[in-house]
Write a new protein. Sequence first.
Length: 387
Amino acid sequence: LVRQSTDFPELVRVFGKDGGSGTWTAGDRLCQPDLARTLQCLAQDGPDAFYTGSIAELFVAEMTNGRGIITAHDLKNYQAKWRRPVHGTYRGYDVYGVPPPSSGGICLVQMLNMLERFDLKADGRFSPTTLHRMVEVMRRAYLDRARYLGDPDFVQIPGYLTQKEYAAQLVQSISTDKATPSDTLAPDLLQDSEGHHTTHFSVIDENGLAVANTYTLEFSYGSRVVVRKAGFLLNNEMGDFNWFAGKTDRQGRIGTPPNLIQPGKRMLSSQCPTIVRKDGKTILITGSPGGRTIINTVLCVLVNVLDFNMPLRQAVDAPRLHHQWFPDRVDLEKEGLPDSVIPALERLGHRVRVRRQGDAHSIYVDLRTGEYHGVADRRIMGSAAGP
C-alpha cells in the first residue's frame, strides 16, 4: 500500500523501505526520528505542544501545503470531552461501555438487555436458536443506532434506549422461527437505493485499575498524509459521518439526521471498549477493531464469558457473527461451527456470508484466585504480557 501511494511522498519516505523502492522483510528495522521528536515534545511540554505549540505549527503547515481546512484557530479551540460511561446490567454483572459519540456502549447494553430475556444457556452457545436470537437483537440495535445516535452536543439521544422495559418491547417482535426482514422494521428510513485499521488494547494493574482503550486511523494509513517533520499520520475519520442526507439504503449506507456533518460536531463511532464488573470488582476488559462489526464482536465475547462460562482463551477464539440492520445479511465465522448451523439459519430466512471478524485482546480476572488472564486474539496479531 505504501509503495502504491505515489501521491503521498512523505508517507513513502517515512514508511517505505529505501524511499519506497525496497521491500520490508523480517528482521528489518524501521526508524522514525521525526515521530520520536514529536513524542519527546509532548512528554516535555504536554498537550499544548499539539494544540498551540511547535507540533501545531507543523500540523498547520501541512494543512496549508495540502489545501486542507484545519486552521490554527481550530486546533487552539478544540477540547477533549470527558463523558459519563454507559452503564447497564446483565445477569447480575455491571457492564460499562463508551458513550456517544461512539455507539458501542448504548448498542451493547441494548443488545444485552434483549438477550437477558432468553435462556441462551439452555439452547446452547452455537445452536441455530441462539445464533438466530443474537442476529435479531443485533438487527434492532443497529436500526436504533442509525435512527438516533450521534454527537450528544448536537443530538438529543433517547434515554430509554438502554432501559430494560424498552428491550422487552423490542423482543416481542422477534419470531422464534423466522428472520425479520430488516426493511420491515423501519420503512420510513429507507430509499430504494466500517475499516480494519483500528487497534484495541486492554490493561489492568496490580491494584485492579482497568483500562479498555480503542483508537483508530479509520482506513489503512488513515488519509496517507504524514505531517512533515512530525512523523505522524492524519486519520480520515470524517468518513464516519453520514455522507448523504436522507440516503439510507439496503446496501448499508446511512443518511439519517443525527450523524450528518456539522461544524464542531464529532462523528459517530462504532468503538466499544468495555469493562465488566461483579460486586464492584473488574472481571473482564475487552474491545476490538473492525468498523461496524466491533460492537457485535464485543457482544460475542461477553455472551461467551457471562452466559457460557467459557475460559477466556476459548471465549476469544470462538466463532463470531454480525448483523448491522443493512445489508440484511448475517456475517458468520464458520470454523468451529457444526456444518448444520448455516443451513439451519438459512431455513429461518437469514442470508449468510462467511468471513473473519474482529481482534478482541482481552483480560479476565478470576475473583476466586485473584489471577489475571490475558489473551491476545489469534485472528490478526498481538500478544499478552505481564510481570
